[in-house]
Each structure stands twice: as structure tokens, then as C-alpha cells.
Design a protein around this ligand. Structure first.
Ligand SMILES: [Fe+2]
Length: 243
């Protein structure tokens, strides 16, 4: 079973071994816009290993208008992926959290004390709309802190409405929010503006975590092509400090 996993010659170098732990991906089949099949998930897990990762936290979207995922759905999916990976002889440690879109449903869950899936250190991975700002981003992030969580803002470099005043990122970090930039944003994958913003965040030491945000194998393959960049070894990403 799963012999197809070993057909391709291993050609990638392990240049993400300094990052060691990935905190953002979409590897649970069929529950968001990430992988659709278990085979796809296994293929990606194999590439994560080849890139030098040792542990991942996969983070399905919870966006109540599109993906009504619950801890039960995500954890059942995690179990399925773990079992298949183990049968296929893959050794990567696989865990799950979630990527919470800040919508009414999220605010309700937060206020009602419902179970939320966290990264180590009681961190909550949250995302914002891409093109229209929320009215109360700062307040919501602060209420996450008040409830005892640490907000990790996913791909801040992709929120176009902040480009005119990037000092907002300094304020958010000052408030206690951590920033997770996508590895592919530091190259040209999402376009010039995203790359420019990601590199600005890097230069200003505002990034806490590097994430793959891998939805499909092509994302990891592209990361493999970009993996000679100096920032991987010189920038103090905190990924490997997550216990
Ligand atoms: Fe994501």
C-alpha cells in the first residue's frame, strides 16, 4: 500500500530544517480549500519531511460562511491522516489546530468560552479578510488576549488595506500579537506587493513565525525551489521554540 509515495526520486535538500516546525497548513482532506484526498495529504507530508520539517500543526479554516469546522471534525480528520501516515511509514509528527477567521461566529465562541483549537503556548491562529478591513481588528485581537490566548495573525503581508500604513503591524505586535508570514510571500509567489510587505516585516523584525500555509503540493514544491534564501538561517524565527 502507498508504494506510489516512493516512486519519485528524492531530490530536495533539507533547507527548512532550521524552521523545524510548521504551524500553518491545510492537510485534512475535504474540510476546507486545502487537500481533497488522503493521498494528497500523504504526498504533502512526505514533502514536508523532505524539506526538513519534524513536526507540523495543520490548521483547517473555520470560516462560518464557508467552512463550518468544529474541533470534533478537525480532530477526527487528524486521526485519519495520522493513521494513514503511520501506515505509509511517514515519521513526521502531525498535530492540528485551526485557522480562525475573525467573524461573528468566532467572537461568539470566544465570548462564550467554547473550546478553541490552539497551537502550543495557548496560541490562536487567526486571519482577517484580504481586501476589506474589519472595523474592530485591534479590539478583537485584544479580547483574544483578555481571554487568555495569544493571537498569531496569519499572513499579515496579504492584507492589502494595511499597505498604506504598515505601522499598524508595529502596533499589533506592541499589543501582544505575533505575526506569521508565509514562506512563499518572501519570494514572488503572491506578487510584488505581498513580497515587498513580507520583506518589510522581515527587515523590521516583526515576524515571529514562518508558515507554509500549504494548501496543495505545489506550495511545498515552490518552497523547495526558494529554499536557498539567507533569511532561513539568519532570521530568528520562533518556530523551533514551540514545545
Ligand atoms: Fe491558511
Amino acid at each position: 500500500m502507498f508504494n506510489w509515495l516512493y516512486k519519485k526520486k528524492e531530490t530536495r535538500t533539507k533547507d527548512f530544517s532550521h524552521i523545524e516546525i510548521d504551524i500553518h497548513s491545510h492537510l485534512i482532506p475535504g474540510i476546507d480549500d486545502g487537500v481533497e484526498t488522503i493521498e494528497e495529504a500523504l504526498e504533502m507530508i512526505k514533502v514536508f519531511q523532505e524539506l526538513g520539517y519534524r513536526r507540523i500543526y495543520t490548521t483547517p479554516h473555520i470560516i462560518w460562511d464557508c467552512y463550518k469546522n468544529t474541533p470534533e471534525i478537525i480532530l477526527n480528520g487528524l486521526e485519519e491522516v495520522r493513521m494513514a501516515a503511520s501506515k505509509a511509514g511517514l515519521t513526521l509528527e502531525i498535530n492540528a489546530a485551526a485557522e480562525y477567521f475573525i467573524d461573528e461566529h468566532f467572537v461568539d465562541m470566544l465570548q462564550n468560552g467554547q473550546e478553541l483549537l490552539t497551537l502550543p503556548g495557548n496560541r490562536l491562529l487567526v486571519e482577517l479578510p484580504y481586501s476589506t478591513p474589519l472595523l474592530n481588528t485591534s479590539e478583537t485581537l485584544f479580547s483574544i488576549i483578555e481571554k487568555g490566548y495569544k493571537p498569531v495573525l496569519a499572513h499579515p503581508e496579504r492584507y492589502t488595506y494595511y499597505y498604506s500604513d504598515p505601522s499598524i503591524y508595529q502596533k499589533l505586535v506592541g499589543q501582544g500579537c505575533e505575526l506569521q508570514v508565509n514562506a512563499l510571500s518572501l519570494g514572488s509567489y503572491y506578487g510584488d506587493n505581498v513580497q515587498k510587505m513580507a520583506n518589510w516585516l522581515l527587515k523590521n523584525n516583526l515576524i515571529t513565525f514562518l508558515g507554509s500555509d500549504a494548501h496543495k503540493i505545489q506550495h511545498l514544491e515552490q518552497m523547495g525551489r526558494n529554499n536557498k534564501q539567507n533569511y532561513l538561517v539568519t532570521y530568528p524565527f520562533m518556530n523551533q521554540k514551540l514545545l
